[in-house]
Design a protein around this ligand. Sequence first.
Ligand code: NAD
Length: 489
Amino acid sequence: MDTDRTSGSAQRKPLQDERFGHFIDGRLEGGETTFDVINPSTGDVLFHCPDASHEQFERAVAAARRAFPAWSKTTFEERRDRLARFAAAMESRLEELVRILTLEQGKPLAAARAEIVRGIGIIRHLITIPIGPDVLRDDASGRVELRYKPLGVVGGIAPWNVPIVLAAPKIASALYTGNTMILKPSPYTPLTTLRLGEIAQEILPPGVLNILAGGNDLGQWMTEHPGIDKINFTGSVATGKRVMASASANMKRVTLELGGNDAAIVLNDVQPKAIAERIFQAAFANSGQVCQAIKRLYVHADIYEEMVAELTAIAKRVKVGDGLEDGVDYGPLQNKAQYERVIGILEDTARQPGVRIPAGGHAIDRPGYFIEPTIVADIAEGTRLVDEEPFGPVLPVLRYTDLDDAIARANDTRFGLGGSVWTNDIAKGAEIAARLETGVAWVNHHLGVSAEYPFGGVKESGVGRANGEMGLKRNMEPQLIVLPPSASA
Ligand code: NAD
């Protein structure tokens, strides 16, 4: 199959005259070398992005360390005020950020707008969460408090699927809790995040937030550097393991938000028509490139054919295209490597005996990295599509007859991010949800990260939690303060 999807057209380069630079010690700067950022809707080069040198990285770490003592002594209120101003500044430049995000990530403008608005909302919510000392004992025997101190310099490393929804909580969590920060976006989608540096320039003291664009080597420098105290990482399981190993050198704290292969279990008491749209959206949002998307759909045999038919009808109806075009529901795969991986999984799927592909199954014949929304029926475990995390617009629908068996199959994976149960019996749904080995389990819903609640996975889907009070506290070190009764000498 021809996987070189470059259109060759020179017309879609609207960002080439703009300025995107690393944000180091309060200043924007370029660099001697660059890497190409590709528009996934065309395959054309969008921008020659500066690639951070080791010298620039060292300066960023030094700046963050210099800024830490003063920043960590500011009060929560002061930091809340600065971050609220940062969120307001993002909002005032919303349409500019939306356009850059669509161009580099590929998602439709409406989805890009929703992502930026969400990122702003996450910042605004996180900075309202009080982090007081926890009083563990206060009686005649004395007072015992758990107090929380910032860690120092936090490194944030993000993937390419939702760059701002993942960068925003990393920035807010690290800075609000009194740390300074080095943030590295994915080399596939660095531009919107670099623009956040320009926005922060007038608001944050120099060195408090540093944003550097670069490849995997920059990520590795971050995880190895003794001047960085914690890594907040979002990405694949394979890279997460490398981050954890490398962080051990100076006992860096880590929070790892990794991949998932979420199962949804549909019981036979629901009407497929009533839930098909919600299931489809939870599987195909962002063209399936969501860690917590439904990636395995277990449907009871009684309603199996009807559910496949409903999902097939939606898959054939939705519009896939360039995110800048009107009326587009889903964009392309974000990059060529991911596109080729999903094509490989589709080819493997088509070779499976007895499999049916009632919708999609192929690349779309146009420039860029487009794949048809694909529904796969009569497929089972033991195939790449079901066992791996495809991270593309492909949903396998698996048949079950025994509920315990469906739960066991849903849990029979090294992943453990999210899961869901779909039923009209909420109490029964709650029972089944509790049996899923995941960081979150929903009843009659799937997908969605809230700043209010801890977010993360079990098994190989991650370590620790982001967001909520629990996530914020993972950017701090608890210290136990043990006091005698006030009368004692
Ligand atoms: P990836 O692991 O390839 O890359 C993620 C980031 O890590 C990038 O910035 C990359 O440059 C950097 N990196 C690569 N090698 C590194 C190293 N050795 N040391 C440090 N940093 C390094 O992941 P991806 O392909 O960009 O993203 C897709 C994956 O992310 C999927 O598995 C998806 O499920 C996962 N994801 C998880 C969540 C979550 O919250 N659990 C959210 C979104 C995406």
